[in-house]
Ligand binder design. Sequence first.
Ligand SMILES: NC(=O)c1ccc[n+]([C@@H]2O[C@H](COP(=O)([O-])OP(=O)(O)OC[C@H]3O[C@@H](n4cnc5c(N)ncnc54)[C@H](OP(=O)(O)O)[C@@H]3O)[C@@H](O)[C@H]2O)c1
Length: 266
Amino acid sequence: MSETPVPLRTPLPHALAGQTVVVAGGSSGIGLAAGVLLRTIGARVVVVARDEARLAAAAAVIRAAAPGPDDIVVTAAADASEEDALRHALDPVDSIDHVLVTAGTLAMGPLAAIDRKLGAVVVNSRLWAAYAAARVTESRLPAGGSLTFVSGDFIKRPLPGTALAAAGLGAIEALTRGLAVELASRRIRVNAIRAGSTDTPLIRAFLGHGADPGTAADGAILAAGAATPLGRLGSAEEVAAAAVFLMANPYVTGSVLTVDGGQTLA
Ligand SMILES: NC(=O)c1ccc[n+]([C@@H]2O[C@H](COP(=O)([O-])OP(=O)(O)OC[C@H]3O[C@@H](n4cnc5c(N)ncnc54)[C@H](OP(=O)(O)O)[C@@H]3O)[C@@H](O)[C@H]2O)c1
């Protein structure tokens, strides 16, 4: 147990300036939005994802978000659920202050259709990515550093066909609380966002249309949002902003912050 309390730091907007944030899953959706936001507040961003072309495109988007040196946006291609690959990818990064894990895929279907093999993909891509990120980075994080994971509303409001997806999300929240307790002695904080349905390429693809704005998915996104308390789905930026808050506030740990526009109330 450290005798020194967690450092006092000015929370947003300045807390993360000059700090290095790894975003595992940062080439799309919530992770990409977080990378953009982090760049605009002066953080150095390390983007990890598997597809190299999408990684390069994401790095260009993040660099373009605010003036600054190109080399403060770094990409590393790796499957975040593979601990050795993630460690290898992050080896060249000289310092890490915070880690956001948005890596994860969604597979839904009835019990009879989701066999253990497919189920393992759902669980591995989410739970083991978060766990691997924690194992790979915990010895490198400073006091006040943080890990932030992403859970989802399905754990409170499951739909038919979401049982295993919800189980994976529930595991993330359990992992968050467990690691928050375990790593508190080193003053490392661990939190999660519980996101409601959010307009990202993932949800657009899930609705069965193209992933990009301007496609038939626009109508499906509007229709899905109209039934929610605030009348629309959340944006990737809104969820990302909550993740940045959790990183930046040094007195938050073990928290699961819901960003769902009240979707679980409906
Ligand atoms: N959108 C929603 O409504 C919603 C709601 C609740 C929770 N969530 C969760 O929030 C997270 C982010 O969602 P999103 O909508 O932003 O998804 P997204 O747009 O599909 O982005 C997912 C990102 O993660 C990367 N990724 C996926 N598996 C990976 C792996 N094994 N290793 C490294 N990178 C990986 C993807 O790139 P590569 O494929 O190139 O690796 C991509 O950059 C997901 O875990 C999702 O389940 C989303």
